[in-house]
Design a protein around this ligand. Structure first.
Ligand code: KIV
Ligand code: ZN
Length: 395
């Protein structure tokens, strides 16, 4: 992977960070199916798992490395010889391989989790990057909990990793704590201060504990990061990771603010989201950006009128551009006459003004009692108006 000033590389970690979260575990066949779809979607790197974590994870990384052609295949690894060797064995069948090393670097993690000193952390990072470099094509290094790490020490450990041969430096906001200006400043600091920073690709990895994962990711990109780590539907530890579909859609919709290119085929966003929802035990919430069931739904009458006249009035992208087959005019108590007429027309009925007035009147009475009005409800309303409607039917 070489630096290209405006190209953003998508590193998908749905199969690793995503799979780590409750209700999201996947078996090997499911991981393979999703990995194939991620390839169609155009992601550049698939993090297929954490090879040392279990036999199942090892086999899954190996299966993805064996069967998936196109993206670089990565495995997560601690800065330990046994992890690196296991990752190397699992990844061996892939055309292009990456070990993603992580090592806690905040004082809090060093003291309470790893119980090692800063000096020991620097030694571990150096040795691990050198060893991993002998095993795979490229090494990515992540100082875990980077956003709560002392800035001078962060520069030091990143410098050690670069000097040892890491080609990608990922700055994880492990606990979703940072905010956009601060995260951007961290990337600017590293790029300015660390020797060799111009030779590597910086990467953003954001968790959504404050709901800022995608905003933080873009702040990093604007400060020079060129790899984004993300998951489909934003699944991941706790509140999740930055959602791939949101990053890709924002680049598509706002090239004026985000003038970057990527390999993502945006029409595959919704199909990929649906596939993941089928595989794990839940779908995104209905109001989830881009891929939620209501992302292109309109119930308010004024909005429906506008969308029917010109979709741009209330839609900033076409549903088709992200792979959704149609916008969804939902009939409910906020709907207007135009939306009802449109739906009846789709059902094959063309009403006179008086007929429409009458059906609309009864529709609003029904909508006051029922949350959603379905096709069969409309047909029942029409049946009640049978004589008049038969005259107006298009058939
Ligand atoms: O959030 C995190 O810190 C991680 C690392 C393993 C990169 O997922
Ligand atoms: Zn993470």
């Amino acid at each position: 992977m070489s630096a290209n000033h405006d190209r953003v590389y998508f590193f998908d970690t749905t199969l690793r960070d995503g799979e780590q979260s409750p209700g999201c575990s996947m078996n090997i066949d499911e991981k393979l199916r999703l990995a194939a779809q991620l390839t169609t979607l155009g992601v550049d790197i698939i993090e297929a798992g954490f090879a040392i974590a279990s036999d199942g994870d090892f086999e899954a990384v190996k299966a993805v490395a064996t069967q998936i052609q196109g993206p670089t295949i990565a495995s997560l690894s601690r800065c330990k010889r046994e992890d690196i060797e296991a990752a190397g064995r699992a990844l061996a069948p892939a055309k292009r391989t990456r070990i993603h090393l992580f090592l806690s670097c905040s004082d809090l993690h060093l003291e309470y989790k790893l119980r090692i000193s800063r000096e020991q952390a620097l030694e571990q990072a150096d040795e691990a990057v050198r060893l991993a470099g002998q095993v795979v094509d490229e090494v990515e290094f992540s100082p875990e909990d980077a956003t709560r790490t002392d800035p001078d020490f962060l520069c030091k450990v990143v410098g050690v990793a670069i000097n040892a041969g890491a080609k990608i430096i990922n700055i994880p906001d492990t606990v979703g704590y940072t905010v956009p200006e601060e995260y951007a400043a961290t990337f600017r600091m590293l790029r300015e201060k660390v020797p060799g920073a111009d030779k590597v690709i910086f990467s953003a990895h954001c968790h959504d504990d404050l709901g800022l994962a995608v905003a933080n990711t873009f702040a990093a990109v604007q400060a020079g990061a060129r790899q984004v780590e993300c998951t489909i539907n934003g699944i991941g530890e706790r509140a999740g990771n930055a959602a791939l579909e949101e990053i890709a859609a924002a680049i598509m919709v706002r090239p004026d603010k985000y003038p970057y290119s990527s390999n993502i085929v945006t029409t595959e966003l919704f199909p990929t989201s649906q596939m993941l929802g089928d595989i794990i035990s839940f779908r995104p919430s209905p109001n989830k950006a881009i891929v939620g069931a209501n992302a292109f739904a309109h119930e308010a009458g004024i909005h429906q009128h506008g969308v029917l006249a010109n979709p741009l009035t209330y839609e900033i992208m076409t549903p088709a551009s992200v792979g959704v087959s149609h916008n969804n005019i939902v009939l409910g108590k906020h709907s207007g006459r135009r939306a009802l007429e449109h739906r009846l027309h789709q059902l094959g009925f063309k009403l006179t003004r008086e007929e429409l007035d009458e059906v609309y009147h009864r529709f609003t009475q029904l909508a006051d009692k029922k949350k959603n009005i379905y096709e069969q409800d409309l047909l029942a309303l029409i049946r009640d108006e049978a004589a008049a409607v038969t005259l107006g039917s298009e058939e």
